[in-house]
Design a protein around this ligand. Structure first.
Ligand SMILES: CC(C)(COP(=O)(O)OP(=O)(O)OC[C@H]1O[C@@H](n2cnc3c(N)ncnc32)[C@H](O)[C@@H]1OP(=O)(O)O)[C@@H](O)C(=O)NCCC(=O)NCCS
Length: 170
């Protein structure tokens, strides 16, 4: 079990079963009751902006981005991010976060939203969403609703209910 064995790659459909297993292991059945899950349920994630870490031919970590609409604004919802227990605390989660944000920026995405622990995501530029700007479909601890601007000022356009981009009313 060494970092030298770890490779990072765009997610493929053939990774789906292992990713599901990793998320079940990391979040348990409670994952189906999370606000972010509710949004992801309404449409596909962005396969091209989702990444896995593999080692010895197995998926050991995954991060997904899903397109969202927040009022007139558009962004990506990050998550789930999960690393197999045996591979935690080796920097794999951080690396996946960086890869996903770089790929999103490259594709013209201007902001990434997530529900997660601020102490983990803060160093990557995720800040608490301003009160009264975005509303999630289910209640979320406001301290865990975070946004990272990929273009300066982009969070200002994210006003309203957060929905999957496929559900956006044009
Ligand atoms: C959270 C998670 C993705 C981190 O991935 P990882 O590859 O283990 O973490 P990294 O190696 O990138 O970073 C490790 C550092 O993050 C810290 N960290 C890990 N989880 C944290 C959390 N929830 N809050 C704050 N810090 C956290 C570790 O203590 C460690 O700190 P150190 O560098 O000061 O020792 C992983 O632990 C995991 O899959 N957890 C279960 C699922 C989960 O909670 N996902 C996040 C949803 S918000």
């Amino acid at each position: 079990m060494s970092l030298a064995d770890v490779a990072y790659a765009p997610e493929l459909p053939s990774h789906d079963a292992e990713i599901e297993e990793i998320n079940a292991e990391a979040f348990g059945p409670g994952r189906f009751t999370r606000a972010a899950y509710k949004i992801r349920e309404d449409g596909p994630h962005a396969r091209g902006l989702s990444f896995v870490a593999t080692a010895n031919g197995q998926v050991i970590a995954s991060v997904r981005l899903t397109p969202i609409a927040v009022g007139e604004g558009r962004a990506m919802l990050l998550g789930p991010l999960a690393v197999r227990p045996a591979w935690k605390n080796l920097g794999i989660g951080r690396k996946l976060l960086t890869i996903a944000a770089d790929a999103a920026r490259e594709k013209g995405v201007t902001a990434i939203v997530l529900v997660g622990d601020a102490p983990y995501y803060g160093p990557f530029g995720y800040e608490r969403v301003k009160a009264g700007t975005m509303t999630m479909p289910w209640p979320v601890d406001p301290a865990r609703l975070l946004v990272k601007e990929l273009a300066p000022g982009s969070a200002g356009a994210l006003l309203g209910p957060v929905v999957h981009a496929d559900r956006a009313v044009e």
